[in-house]
Ligand binder design. Structure first.
Ligand code: NAD
Length: 266
């Protein structure tokens, strides 16, 4: 079923530009929003600048939207005050605005960093305990909790997509497991908005990589079939340099450098 108006937050960003290029067909109108400047609206598009930390502006932004791809926010570790604005306040404002506007369904860009302190030898499914590896990861846990509350209490459906690494190609050996191709991201968004029922589903956002730490069987009902595989890039990565030695703590945790980094505030 085609949406009436699909809002993409973070539309000026890396994944937002992928969504803009590949997902316009999901809705009659694509409403693109970011705190930063975006290129002008094309056919079937609306462009609205908005700081998600501004509650009233976010309420206006959601009016008339029946779906959201929520990408706007701080995408890596940062000072807590920066995370607070976009990923806590902004996230809350977005869900509250969705409730008020009667928005039915949200794809929330969560992150693998909500489970980054699980060891790579552990295969995780949707029931895995949260083990964030950073303040950034904690903020995504908050987002997942708000999404679940808004499903259980208000019936706003969400896909909690624990995105690995959306890139044209993996940049290091860790990303052989976490890589999500832009095409598979787009296929996932299509599945999320076409599913007859979504509820509040946890989805690990990775392509069909040979090396895999995640089990998406609880989200099989979505019918998402990732089609790309990072293995095609292994030889290129090997040629660029060896992976960190096995005893390197970087190799221990799923979150890689986020888990081994010092505390941002120090
Ligand atoms: N790129 C990945 O591989 C990856 C992996 C895991 C999770 N994610 C999540 O996906 C989302 C998009 O990531 P990205 O790589 O495109 O990051 P990005 O930084 O390129 O894009 C994020 C966008 O959010 C906007 N933004 C920041 N604060 C805002 C605010 N207060 N109000 C409105 N807009 C604001 C920024 O201007 C930016 O354009 C993020 O939420 C990120 O945490 C991405």
């Amino acid at each position: 079923m085609k949406l009436r108006r699909l809002l993409v937050t973070g539309a000026a960003g890396h994944v937002g530009r992928i969504a803009r290029a590949r997902l316009g067909h999901l809705a009659e109108t694509l409403r693109l929003s970011d705190i930063a400047e975006m290129s002008p609206a094309g056919a079937g598009e609306e462009v609205i600048r908005c700081d998600l930390a501004d509650r009233e502006a976010t309420f206006r932004l959601l009016e008339g939207c029946d779906g959201v791809i929520h990408l706007g926010g701080q995408p890596v570790e940062a000072a807590f005050d920066d995370i607070l604005q976009a990923n806590l306040l902004g996230l809350y404002n977005l869900y509250e605005a969705a409730r008020k506007a009667g928005t039915k369904r949200i794809l929330f860009a969560s992150s693998n960093h909500v489970i980054g302190f699980h060891e790579r030898t552990t295969r995780l499914d949707a029931s895995a305990p949260l083990r964030p590896d950073s303040l950034y990861g904690v903020s995504k846990c908050f987002g997942e909790a708000v999404a679940r509350l808004y499903w259980d209490k208000f019936g706003v459906e969400s896909a909690l997509v624990r995105i690995g690494s959306v890139l044209d190609a993996p940049k290091d050996h860790r990303m052989l497991a976490t890589w999500l191709s832009p095409a598979d991201f787009a296929r996932l968004a299509e599945a999320v908005f076409r599913a007859p029922r979504l509820g509040c589903a946890i989805v690990y956002g990775a392509s069909a990589n040979d090396e895999s730490w995640w089990d998406n069987s609880a989200a099989a009902f979505l019918g998402w079939r990732p089609q790309d595989n990072s293995e095609q890039f292994r030889a290129m990565l090997d040629a660029a340099g060896p992976p960190p030695p096995p005893e390197d703590p970087y190799n221990r945790w799923q979150g890689g450098g986020f888990a081994t980094a010092g505390h941002f505030e120090d």
